[in-house]
Design a protein around this ligand. Structure first.
Ligand SMILES: [Mn+2]
Length: 198
């Protein structure tokens, strides 16, 4: 590959200060500090199973709750992925994955369409997972989708344990991203759209 697919984005607001570094062609190395343990555990899944090197340092207003931090990490990660993927030449564009974990099973489908869109059906069986409010998973993915300009369909098909439900969602997201971002040697240098741009 000629151009390294890396990016760094810093986003500072009155609520959060976040720096995200990504390498889309990494080995799954992660350096994560969001102040929310379970959220770090989920971001680690994106790195490991997406083979994306991820450095996320976030300081947010956790004295209120995790909302701004989780949403803004989604936004900043989306911006970093969009920057790293560039003009999308040669990528496969679509990716999907099913991931199980014991009783839980999730499916994630992604399209680097250039249009933000999220459909998410995850009936979490518990509100809190550690100090992570499971409602914030939606906020994370909405932030990501809006700034990575992707279409994302997330379905938790079954699951009884909220930790398992979330983990299958994030692992399937990682695998779907990896598939979509992979360079297709048969389509090297071409943009995967009849429109000629994405
Ligand atoms: Mn786990």
């Amino acid at each position: 590959m000629s151009t390294p697919r890396i990016a760094e984005v810093t986003r500072n607001t009155a609520e959060t200060q976040i720096t995200v570094k990504v390498n889309l062609d990494g080995t799954g190395q992660a350096r994560l500090a969001t102040g929310i343990g379970f959220f770090d555990h989920m971001l680690d899944q994106i790195a490991r199973h997406g083979l994306i090197d991820l450095d996320i340092q976030a300081k947010g207003d956790l004295h209120i709750d995790g909302h701004h931090t989780v949403e803004d990490v989604g936004i900043t990660l989306g911006q970093a992925v969009a920057k790293a993927v560039g003009d999308k030449k040669g990528i496969r564009r679509y990716g999907h994955a099913y991931v199980p974990l014991d009783e839980a099973l999730s499916r994630v489908v992604v399209d680097f369409s250039g249009r933000p869109g999220l459909v998410m059906h995850v009936p979490f069986k518990s509100g809190m997972i550690g100090t992570f409010d499971s409602q914030l998973a939606y906020e994370f993915f909405q932030g990501f989708v809006n700034h990575a300009f992707v279409t994302l369909h997330i379905d938790n098909l079954r699951g009884e344990n909220a930790h398992h439900q979330a983990e299958t969602v994030f692992k399937a997201f990682a695998r779907a991203l990896r598939a979509a971002l992979e360079l297709d040697p048969r389509a090297a240098g071409t943009i995967p759209s009849t429109k000629g741009s994405l």
